[in-house]
Design a protein around this ligand. Structure first.
Ligand SMILES: Nc1ncnc2c1ncn2[C@@H]1O[C@H](COP(=O)(O)OP(=O)(O)OP(=O)(O)O)[C@@H](O)[C@H]1O
Length: 604
């Protein structure tokens, strides 16, 4: 369930104290486009220069050919104004053309880096972060940054240069009136500063709330069946409505803040224009200014109205980009904690005998008050199948997740043939270890792609063997065989079908270590018996660690380890344990169910 929007795990206090710092840190992404940016800035500045020249031409027209009734001069200056207008149009086209390709390229580069970083981050990070928050950062936050880099930033630079250039021209035309216009920058600066401060907070709030809403939509899509089955649709709709309402309120608040400030940004240049008209008319009357100069002055001043009016939008865009950059850097600044040690070595399949040892292994989830595993010792001999049995929540799945280093031990060590797992290259370890989780995860891609996720090079025969082994030949019967694209999470398949595909994926290529978390839980009695028979064949020549809940699956194991409160309390064969360990009997006899064939089913 989504946490409150201000409760993002990695909200960094530093990011708030220096609002533009994180945006500035994105500058390396601009570097490959430096030439294009320089080119578009030149085009934009040239277009501005062309537009600024027009009022000066008009001044000459009014004071020259119009005053003297000189038709040839009028035509010449008219043609010059036309040329300037044409040049401006062409330059604006060049700027827009260049702008779009470079900014989209930058957005794609940042997105690729975030995605690659998310892949490197440990499972613990993804446990803590809502997926909707990540989704909104990779999509809407990046779009905000793209808009700022392609439009906001350019217009900020351009408008400041235009403002400065116009003020210089105005001062040259009439120093006092020019200084009056220059002075209007003071209230504009004060309004901008206040607006930026308030808009920054609102913008961050809105982006976080967008993430919350994305999380709600994602949860609804994934949990739709459960919610409907429990008749909780209305509650879910109410929860969504509350989230959407908060987002709406923040959006309206932001828009009103922008509207209020934009009104002030409109007022200041118009008041200045009024003052200039009065004072300018007096100056013309006194002979200090020609009519042509006054027309040029006012025309130039009118050219300041749009840059000032757009200031509100540019600041808003800049603040949104700054908070979006904060949110993106919160992800990029999270260091991947499970990485290769500097001297990590690869381990080839042919070098592995398969002795897996847990030596005084402890593990505590980040932020959890107590450890889940306490100085646990366990050895799985090469080629042996060891089943883990224990009450629910005792830490079985957690122990399995430490083998492919999805989480890192917080005490002790795990060794494979004597090598500490942390001394092995992560990539090579994960190629040696195949995992099938209790909840089989399938991706929205073809069945074949799902199967060969860990072995993209697997041949057709290997895939067929794995499917046969996992009793998953039904895959060939799908409408397009193995090319059939299965839905997100494999939802177009039954639970048992998904589990069998996940099992086929795990056994594909005969891994050195097989780690299976209750791999047969969703299978019917008949299929379970078939998969068990097939699994027995695979397990013969690989080291395997299985979490099992059913006595029938326990029979697959050479030995069984009983887990209690994060420790291994007894190890032995199933019959030894049944005979000698009352706690084992108790776990296996908890919540017994009876299968139609009379065999007792047991769930821990
Ligand atoms: N991502 C997590 N973050 C924090 N605590 C967790 C996390 N995953 C599991 N836990 C806690 O760790 C303990 C052990 O969980 P684990 O899933 O390993 O138990 P289990 O023995 O496999 O249970 P089951 O048989 O029900 O699958 C539980 O108390 C659980 O609440």
């Amino acid at each position: 369930m989504p946490a409150p929007s201000d409760g993002n795990p990695a909200a960094h206090p530093d990011a708030r104290s220096q609002p533009l710092r994180n945006l500035w840190r994105l500058r390396p992404y601009l570097r490959p486009y430096a030439a294009e940016f320089a080119w578009l800035l030149v085009a934009a500045l040239a277009a501005t220069a062309a537009s600024l020249a027009v009022p000066l031409v008009v001044q000459r027209v009014v004071d020259g050919p119009v005053a003297r009734h000189d038709e040839v001069g009028l035509l010449r200056l008219g043609a010059l104004a036309l040329l300037l207008g044409l040049a401006e149009a062409v330059l604006i086209f060049i700027r827009r053309w260049t702008q779009s390709s470079s900014s989209v390229g930058m957005e794609a580069a940042i997105r690729a880096d975030i995605y690659a970083h998310l892949q490197r981050l440990p499972a613990g990070f993804h446990d803590r972060w809502q997926s909707g928050q990540l989704l909104s950062r990779v999509t809407s936050d990046l779009s905000v940054i793209r808009r700022f880099l392609s439009f906001g930033l350019l217009f900020l630079v351009l408008n400041l240069i235009t403002y400065a250039a116009v003020v210089v021209l105005l001062i040259r035309l009439h120093p006092w009136l020019g200084l009056l216009v220059a002075a209007s920058a003071v209230p504009l600066f004060l309004i901008s500063r206040r607006f930026a401060r308030h808009y920054h907070a609102a913008s961050r709030r809105m982006q976080d709330q967008q993430g919350d809403v994305a999380t709600l939509v994602e949860e609804t899509a994934q949990g739709l069946r459960t919610m409907r089955a429990y008749g909780r649709g209305p509650e879910l709709a109410a929860r969504f409505a509350a989230g959407a309402h908060r987002l709406h309120d923040t959006g309206v608040g932001k828009a009103r803040l922008l509207a209020r400030t934009s009104a002030l940004f409109d007022l200041v240049p118009n008041l200045t224009l009024g003052a200039v008209l009065v004072a300018g008319a007096a100056a013309v009357a006194g002979g200090a200014l020609t009519i042509g100069q006054l027309v040029a002055f006012v025309s130039l001043q009118l050219m300041l109205i749009w840059p000032v009016q757009s200031l509100g939008w540019i600041i808003a865009n800049g603040q949104e980009a700054a908070t979006a950059a904060d949110r993106i850097q919160e992800v990029l600044d999270t260091p991947p904690t499970i990485v290769d040690a500097p001297d990590a070595r690869p381990l080839r399949r042919s070098e592995v005998r398969g002795r897996l040892r847990f030596e005084r292994v402890s593990f505590r989830y980040p932020g959890a008050p107590t450890p889940v595993l306490h100085e646990l010792d366990l050895t799985v001999e090469p080629g042996e199948t060891l089943a883990l049995v224990g009450a629910t929540g005792c830490g079985k799945s957690t122990l399995l997740s430490l083998v492919p280093r999805l989480h890192e031990v917080t005490g002790g060590r795990i060794t494979l043939d004597g090598h500490d797992l942390r001394d092995l290259r992560l990539g090579s370890l994960r190629r040696l270890v195949a995992v099938a989780f209790e909840e089989p995860t399938l991706f929205s891609m073809s069945v074949r792609e799902n199967l060969t996720l860990g072995r993209p090079d697997a041949g057709d025969e290997e895939v067929r063997a794995a499917l046969t082994l996992a009793q998953a030949d039904f895959a060939y019967e799908l409408p397009w065989g193995l090319a059939t694209r299965i839905g997100e999470q494999g939802l177009s398949l039954s639970g048992g079908q998904r589990q069998r595909l996940a099992l086929a994926r795990a056994v594909l290529g005969r891994p050195a270590l097989l780690v299976l978390d209750d791999p047969l839980s969703a299978l019917d009695v008949h299929t379970e018996a078939l998969v068990e028979t097939a699994l027995r064949r695979v397990l013969r020549d690989t080291t395997a660690l299985l979490v099992v809940h059913r006595p029938s699956t326990v029979a697959l194991a050479d030995r069984v380890a009983l887990m209690e409160g994060g420790r291994i309390v007894a190890v032995g064969t199933h019959s030894e344990m049944l005979a000698e360990v009352p706690a084992y009997r108790a776990v296996l006899s908890a919540e017994p169910e009876r299968r139609p064939d009379g065999v007792r089913l047991v769930r821990s």
